[in-house]
Design a protein around this ligand. Structure first.
Ligand SMILES: *[C@@H]1O[C@H](CO)[C@@H](O)[C@H](O)[C@H]1NC(C)=O
Ligand SMILES: *[C@@H]1O[C@H](CO)[C@@H](O)[C@H](O)[C@H]1NC(C)=O
Ligand SMILES: *[C@@H]1O[C@H](CO)[C@@H](O)[C@H](O)[C@H]1NC(C)=O
Ligand SMILES: *[C@@H]1O[C@H](CO)[C@@H](O)[C@H](O)[C@H]1NC(C)=O
Length: 753
């Protein structure tokens, strides 16, 4: 298996920073736990979840528990603490950092057993469908009669210790932080305590995030009848009438949450949480349009066991469409090609719909001498989704459409730039590079040919990447070791991306046309890059910039991490785009992706960032330019002639020197003057944080129970919509969205129309 690499190089720095923060414990404590006091006037609230980079001591766990759940009078707290210290001493251990899962659980159960917790409505120990007492040490899945245990326990009631190791479940040694509030899905919906990623639900609640319970009377609003499972009972869960309806498998916890699920990249977590808060989850597999596989493609997820489990219990649903309606995420550099699963899983994974970042569609492994450059992306089946880049959020403030730009417009002083390693990940090497595979040699070629040319800025490093890119008209967006992130970063910052990667599908292709708001150049035309980029007229560039604003709203996860663009509502963001692609595929089964925009006006309008009722598109009028040529499929090597791309991306175009010349001849330069690129006139008026559950263009349910104005106002004060430290794995509340209230049910998050 490929060694996982951090997505964004800031990650390592971040880990070190957090790891070093322990000098001032009391100050740090609340930050680590994501608790703040008095901010929302409620005494306690969440400010986002953090990656914890060290194990906590027993003392720290005690204090944490007291704050979150115990709330004992001081004397009771002191008694418990002394009692537990004695208990540890009697067993010949040290009162320090728990050394393994058993020691951690010993403390955890001690605390939990002395804490009164609420129960699900109607639940009594007699109604428990698992072995008696399961609820004391684990969570009884009332629907399946299965007692789910935290890592380190087993047996019909989770009372038996089980030796578990970090190596088996956590991918890396030394990253097995046995903490309570590690990071649980939807923070257990405040219906349980988070034990190392596992939700130990209050009695009667169940599911990975405790969102499920039995509707004993059949009186819940979305009930399927007495004694059936219901979602978020009493919290106002409203299924989104436009769907899609998604069934989420409740795998045994040892198949996913015993591992560090969020390790590396949080795409799966965000979608898992967000599809709940968007009202897309259904507990009835019969009515499901899609099936979501929790757990990421990379890491120590037990994929063989998961598929075995599906075929044992849900084969009917898998077989319905041979698994095509099953959704899996893979955020790794090489997506499907990483094969972090056993041979038993391979035939299943081959059939499902993968949400990935690595868009390579033909096998270029021979040419690049790297075995991960196979055809890793399957067009019309997989969805090429943008990289999250939560860690770059502070940099994204430099984007040309940011509200700050009204007073301080960005002056684009550089024609084209790129900054980053040239020859290999995090390497200072310069061409000639040892590796042929790194970015298909494109970074090396740019370095060699353009570094000294006026107007170009080709560097290994720049002080502020966001500023550097925003000040460039064009930004090269080469791939890296596998997928790159620069096309997303560039678009988000308002720099026209230059794609030079043959046979690599770009995010949301074919629904986004990257040669329309950016420039796609065939690898074989690398020598013409300068001529092409210099050849665009100001009018052509302005037209691309207008389309770029829409593309930016599609590729950025603004409803997850926060608003970025003046006048944006978040309604077209990456999350909305993913679910709208799933919707349009449902509306037109069997239709290839590249025909969907033609067949479905709603979807075409959505992709063009037009609201339901058409409004001025802001496109530039002028003499019609000759159509851009299609991407030559044999651009870099005759081997790829007639490749799958010809069929899957028939509308993909490139820009060539010949086209630039032909366009210059049409007199396009004399057509009407267009607005400068940073003009916001064509944009929807509205403040930056429009999607706070209050004004929300994003939500338009007219059913009662919409988030109140007070909540909306309290939720995101002006200027607070964008988290200042949106580091990986992401600083967003439960529910997977910045639109979710910091405390309170995820049913109050903004929803998708
Ligand atoms: C503590 O454990 C005992 C049995 O081990 C159980 O009867 C009791 O209900 C537990 N208390 C709580 C609050 O969970
Ligand atoms: C629900 O289940 C309980 C026992 O599990 C049973 O006594 C009751 O009759 C059931 N209710 C209905 C309406 O089926
Ligand atoms: C995958 O899909 C094909 C049909 O496209 C089917 O024949 C095959 O059985 C499926 N494999 C699995 C594991 O479902
Ligand atoms: C951009 O140029 C204008 C006009 O020359 C100037 O007033 C402004 O300060 C410049 N903006 C920045 C960010 O340098």
């Amino acid at each position: 298996m490929a060694r996982p690499r951090p997505l964004c190089s800031a990650f390592l720095a971040l880990v070190l920073t957090l790891a070093c923060v322990h000098a001032s414990f009391q100050d740090d404590f609340d930050i680590v736990w994501g608790i703040s006091h008095g901010v929302w006037g409620s005494g306690r609230s969440r400010i986002g979840r953090r990656l914890l980079t060290r194990d906590l001591s027993m003392d720290e766990i005690f204090r944490y528990w007291q704050k979150m759940y115990g709330k004992w009078p001081t004397d009771v707290y002191e008694t418990h603490l002394t009692d537990y210290r004695n208990h540890v001493a009697r067993s010949g251990r040290e009162f320090g950092i728990p050394r393994n899962d058993q020691e951690f659980l010993d403390l955890y159960y001690y605390l939990r057993n002395r804490t009164e917790v609420p129960r699900a409505v109607g639940w009594t120990p007699e109604r428990e469908r698992c072995a008696p007492g399961c609820y004391l040490h684990g969570t009884c899945n009332q629907e399946l009669g299965r007692c789910d245990c935290p890592r380190g326990r087993q047996g019909p009631d989770c009372s038996e210790p089980l030796a578990t190791s970090c190596r088996e479940f956590c991918q890396h040694d030394g990253q097995c932080h046995r903490v309570i509030r590690e990071w649980c899905i939807n923070e257990c919906n405040d219906r349980g305590s988070c034990v190392g990623g596992f939700c130990h639900c209050w009695p009667g609640y169940f599911g990975t995030d405790c969102s499920l319970s039995v509707d004993y009377e059949g009186k819940e609003p979305n009930s399927n009848g007495p004694n059936t499972t219901v979602l978020l009972a009493g919290q106002g869960y409203r299924p989104n009438p436009r769907g899609p309806k998604i069934y989420v498998y409740e795998f045994p916890p040892q198949y996913h949450v015993w591992s560090l699920l969020w390790l590396d990249r949080p795409l799966n977590i965000i979608l898992w949480e967000r599809l709940m808060s968007l009202g897309l989850r259904t507990v009835n597999p019969e009515e499901a349009d899609y099936f979501f596989l929790p757990g990421c493609g990379r890491g120590c997820n037990k994929w063989d066991q998961k598929f075995k489990y599906i075929m044992e219990h849900y084969a009917k649903y898998w077989n319905r469409r041979n698994g095509r309606d099953h959704l899996m995420t893979h955020a790794g550099d090489w997506g499907r090609c990483e094969k972090a699963w056993g041979p038993d899983s391979a035939p299943f994974i081959a059939n499902l719909t993968m949400l990935n970042h690595w868009g390579i569609t033909v096998d270029r492994s021979q040419e690049t001498e790297h075995d991960l450059f196979n055809a890793c992306h399957i067009p019309d089946q997989d969805i090429q989704v943008p990289v999250l880049c939560g860690d770059l959020y502070p940099q994204f403030e430099h984007n040309v459409w940011h509200p700050k730009r009204r007073a301080h417009p960005v002056n684009k002083t550089v024609l084209a730039s790129v900054a980053g390693s040239i020859c290999g990940w995090n390497s200072a090497e310069e061409p000639p590079c040892k590796n042929k595979y790194y970015s298909f040699g494109v970074r090396a070629a740019l370095w060699t040919t353009l570094r000294d040319k006026p107007g170009f800025h080709i560097a290994k490093r720049v002080p502020v990447l966001g500023q550097s890119m925003a000040e460039s008209e064009f930004c090269f967006a080469p791939t890296g070791a596998g997928h790159g992130k620069r096309q997303v970063v560039s678009v988000t910052l308002g720099c026209m991306p230059v794609i030079i990667s043959d046979h690599v599908a770009q995010p949301f292709e074919p629904f986004l046309d990257w040669n329309d708001f950016g420039v796609w150049i065939a690898e074989a035309d690398l020598p013409d890059v300068e001529a092409i980029l210099r050849g665009f007229t100001p009018q052509q560039k302005a037209a691309k910039m207008k389309k770029l604003y829409c593309a930016a709203r599609h590729v950025a996860y603004t409803t997850v991490f926060g608003g970025l663009f003046d006048g944006d509502t978040g309604e077209y963001d990456a999350i909305a785009t993913i679910f709208n692609i799933l919707r349009v595929r449902l509306r037109h089964p069997g239709v290839p992706d590249h025909e969907l925009m033609k067949m479905d006006q709603d979807f075409a309008d959505f992709m063009a960032c037009k609201p339901g009722s058409p409004r001025a598109s802001g496109l530039v009028a002028g003499a019609a330019a000759p159509p851009a040529p299609p991407l030559p499929n044999a651009a870099s090597n005759a081997r790829y002639k007639d490749s799958i791309d010809a069929k899957a991306f028939p509308h993909r175009t490139v820009t060539t020197a010949a086209w630039i010349k032909a366009v210059a001849g049409t007199g396009a330069a004399t057509t009407q003057q267009v607005q400068p690129s940073t003009d916001t006139a064509a944009m929807i008026p509205g403040p930056l944080c429009a999607f706070n559950g209050h004004w929300v263009a994003y939500a338009s349910f007219d059913t009662p129970g919409n988030p109140s104005a007070e909540l909306g106002n309290a939720h995101r004060a002006q200027g607070q919509c964008m988290p200042k430290n949106a580091n990986r794995p992401g600083n967003f509340p439960p529910g997977g969205s910045i639109t979710c209230p910091p405390i309170g049910p995820i049913t109050e998050c903004a929803v998708l129309v």
